[in-house]
Ligand binder design. Structure first.
Ligand SMILES: Nc1ncnc2c1ncn2[C@@H]1O[C@H](COP(=O)(O)OP(=O)(O)O)[C@@H](O)[C@H]1O
Ligand SMILES: [Mg+2]
Length: 375
């Protein structure tokens, strides 16, 4: 006698858009450090979720990601920011600057020389299992390997790279094998960057052309970058990538936001330092000056940090060293009219502050008082 069981067919729809709280926290933290570049943030968050669920393809790297787009748009920064969040240190990445390995013999710096070769004992390979394991945490056994500016890689570096992307292993000079199956391989390239800045208002920068809707322009930027990559890189290479993400040129309001973040970092450095904890504010004019000095269509935000060091941090150091600024002071930074520098004023009213107070936001013209000499 056949027994038939009848199951009640109740369907429960599952929500695949819902993410774990760890993944959600990672996304929020990344968005606090990276301005714009939503596709790139999304790609990293998805990868993190797949890794945490243990569903990565076996025998392959956790992910092979190619980042394209103009210089100074955040390609390297996003990898550092993710390392900061996940491993607690932005330097917990093995970084290979492909421009430094243009000659085939320099590959020894990456894999070490075979035994018996001159200098075998002195050359420490850059990529080893121990180096990769340095970023591992109890809760997250993951590593980042970054190949920056791959369009500059030599043929022998390409061969090495193709093997890593495909098999997730690297054989060192002394035949030891490095397992890359717990590693994300990031590749960055500025290919197509020149053409992209030409697309943006005839090469004149960050402002969006008025006659083109934003979405159409974004698509064009993406197509330009991907076509440039397809022209330069072999299909063999492109086929081994899990994801190609195009970074967009930074818009004016995004640069403003990055300036805020960088100034807030300076404020944090001051409050953490033992010299003197003071607060500062920058006027709109001063911020305008720093953006002019530190950003441009060809280099994105690449020189912003340097401009801040030169025009803000270095004068601060002089003011501290000469005793013109003390703990508890409030400084206002303004643009010096007609000159290529900033001026610094001291608000006469001293303030008490908490270390949470970040004061680097723009303000209206300073009402204040003591003009400080930094020259
Ligand atoms: N989208 C961004 N969000 C936050 N900071 C950025 C962004 N893009 C550029 N920067 C700033 O500019 C600097 C240079 O960016 P980087 O990532 O090195 O450029 P590239 O795209 O050439 O790799 C970074 O260190 C960071 O200070
Ligand atoms: Mg870079």
């Amino acid at each position: 006698m056949a027994v038939t069981t009848q199951r009640a067919h109740t369907k429960e729809e599952l929500d695949t858009r819902k993410r774990s709280s760890a993944s959600h926290r990672f996304e929020k933290a990344l968005q606090r450090k990276i301005v714009g570049q939503r596709e790139a943030v999304h790609a990293l968050v998805e990868l993190h979720q797949v890794f945490c669920a243990g569903l990565c393809s076996p025998g392959r790297p956790v992910g092979n990601l190619l980042f394209l787009g103009p210089t100074g748009s955040g390609k390297t920064r996003i990898v550092e920011a993710a390392a900061e969040i996940l491993f607690g240190d932005s330097r917990a990445i093995i970084k290979v600057d492909c421009a430094e390995f243009q000659h085939s013999h320099e590959i020894a710096k990456i894999v070490g020389s075979p035994p018996g070769y001159l200098g075998h004992r002195e050359t420490h390979p850059l990529i080893t299992q121990e180096e990769l394991a340095k970023s591992h945490r109890e809760s997250l056994k993951l590593s980042f390997l970054l190949f920056d500016e791959i369009e500059k890689a030599s043929d022998s570096l390409w061969q090495l790279l193709l093997g890593m992307l495909d098999k997730a292993t690297l054989t060192l000079g002394d035949n030891r094998r490095v397992d890359l199956s717990q590693t994300v391989i990031f590749l960055t390239s500025n290919l197509g960057g020149g053409e992209i800045s030409e697309l943006m208002q005839g090469g004149m920068g960050f402002v969006q052309p008025k006659d083109k809707p934003a979405a159409a322009l974004d698509q064009k930027v993406e197509r330009t970058a991907v076509e440039a990559a397809r022209r330069k890189f072999s299909p063999e290479f492109m086929n081994r990538l899990d994801n190609v993400v195009v970074f967009h040129p930074l818009k004016r309001e995004e640069l403003d936001e990055i300036l805020d973040m960088e100034l807030a970092q300076v404020q944090k450095r001051i409050l953490d330092s033992t010299a003197a904890a003071f607060l500062f504010q920058a006027t709109g004019e001063a911020r305008e000056f720093l953006l002019e000095e530190g950003t441009d269509p060809r280099y994105g935000a690449r020189h912003l940090k340097r401009a801040i060091e030169r025009h803000v941090v270095s004068p601060f150091a002089k003011l501290l060293a000469t005793g013109q600024v003390r703990s508890g002071d409030v400084l206002v930074i303004d643009r010096c009219p007609g000159e290529n520098r900033l001026t610094f004023y001291k608000e006469n009213e001293r303030c008490s502050y908490s270390t949470h107070m970040i004061f680097a936001a723009p303000i209206a013209n300073p009402l204040s008082n003591a003009n400080l000499q930094v020259a």
